[in-house]
Design a protein around this ligand. Structure first.
Ligand code: FUB
Length: 327
């Protein structure tokens, strides 16, 4: 860290990372990165892991933000350590459990945050719900886009007590909007109205992405839809079968945003944390993957830190394949 400067009303620090993870000194642990390109900058929203060294649980009270411009691999980031807390933006949310969130730009030019948080009034086993907040800029200020309550909640149960998490959203070139979410092997997808919150139809279940566990990341390249995800035993072959406890990152493709999805392989072998969580984005003509590991000083399965690497493509086949990432 080289400086502390208040900007946009948020505490900000300049960071120069010389290798992965981006924040490596063990002061702030970052997890579940979701990249966004806006205004010539690369934004990466992350959670904050605060579990003690012997705590086997996610203790995640708030989201953080990392921002860079120019070459992301040059390692010069602005870090906003206290970006947002669940109960700051959603009146119905309980504090804590700021799980994997994503910000996208809506068809109206505003920014929308999809955030899995605890619904304070939930009476079901799964207390997670996905709220949507809106802002004029990626750094906020954020307000609840649907004050009546979460957009995904216990009314969309999947299987057990942690399900309504890990949202991923794509605003397509034609302005249509698609939301996927889920964990523990269950992935649901639905189109949203252009208001970014209302379901258009009934959610579908995706069952063809081999080894799907959680952490879906939906994006589009040259007319093909891609879904990257954390997989436990991905692949019809022996790929990633060692990853029973440690997830790898696999992906599938589809000719349309709601499938059918075809499994395409593993792109990132298991990392040093049991969980793995991808975010893939094009920025200034190059593709990048963000993910987390336990590689920071004092890191662990519940003290994770965000890393970034280049993504390369094999355009010699159709649809184009993602080459295996070498961290
Ligand atoms: O950070 C909490 C959970 O761990 C996320 O929801 C999963 O994707 C995994 O990264």
């Amino acid at each position: 860290r080289v400086a502390t400067v208040p900007r946009h009303g948020l505490e900000a620090r300049a960071v120069h990372a010389t290798s992965n993870p981006i924040l490596s000194d063990g002061t702030d642990y970052t997890a579940d990165p979701a990249p966004l390109v806006a205004g010539g900058k690369l934004y990466v929203i992350t959670g904050r892991d605060t579990a003690g060294p012997r705590v086997n649980d996610f203790k995640m009270p708030e989201w953080q933000m990392l921002v860079t411009s120019g070459d992301p691999m040059a390692g010069r980031w602005t870090h906003y350590p206290h970006f947002l807390k669940p109960d700051e933006v959603f009146e119905w949310a309980a504090p804590g459990r700021a799980y994997a969130a994503q910000i996208v730009r809506g068809p109206n030019g505003k920014f929308y945050l999809y955030a899995p948080v605890i619904h304070a009034a939930a009476t079901t086993r799964d207390k997670f719900a996905i709220g949507v907040a809106v802002a004029d800029a990626p750094l906020g200020p954020w307000v609840d886009a649907h004050p009546a309550g979460p957009v995904v909640s216990q009314s969309y149960p999947i299987a057990n007590d942690i399900q309504n998490i890990d949202p991923t959203v794509l605003v397509d070139d034609d302005g249509r909007v698609y939301l996927y979410w889920g964990t523990f092997g269950h992935l649901k997808g639905v189109e949203l109205e252009r208001d970014m919150v209302t379901f258009k139809g009934t959610p579908i279940d995706v069952r063809t992405l081999n080894g799907f566990f959680e952490a879906a990341w939906l994006f589009k390249r040259n007319g093909t839809y891609y879904m990257a995800y954390a997989a436990n035993t991905a692949g019809p072959t022996s790929e990633c079968t060692e990853a029973v406890y440690y997830a790898c990152i696999a992906y599938g493709t589809s000719p349309s945003p709601l499938g059918p999805w075809t499994y395409r392989g593993v792109i990132l072998d298991p990392v040093s944390s049991t969980t793995s969580h991808p975010g893939i984005v094009a920025y200034e003509g190059k593709w990048y993957i963000t993910y987390h590991t336990a590689d920071a000083k004092g890191g662990g399965h519940f003290r994770r830190s965000v890393a970034i690497d280049r993504v390369e493509w094999d355009d010699g086949v159709s649809p184009a394949r993602i080459r295996k990432v070498v961290p």
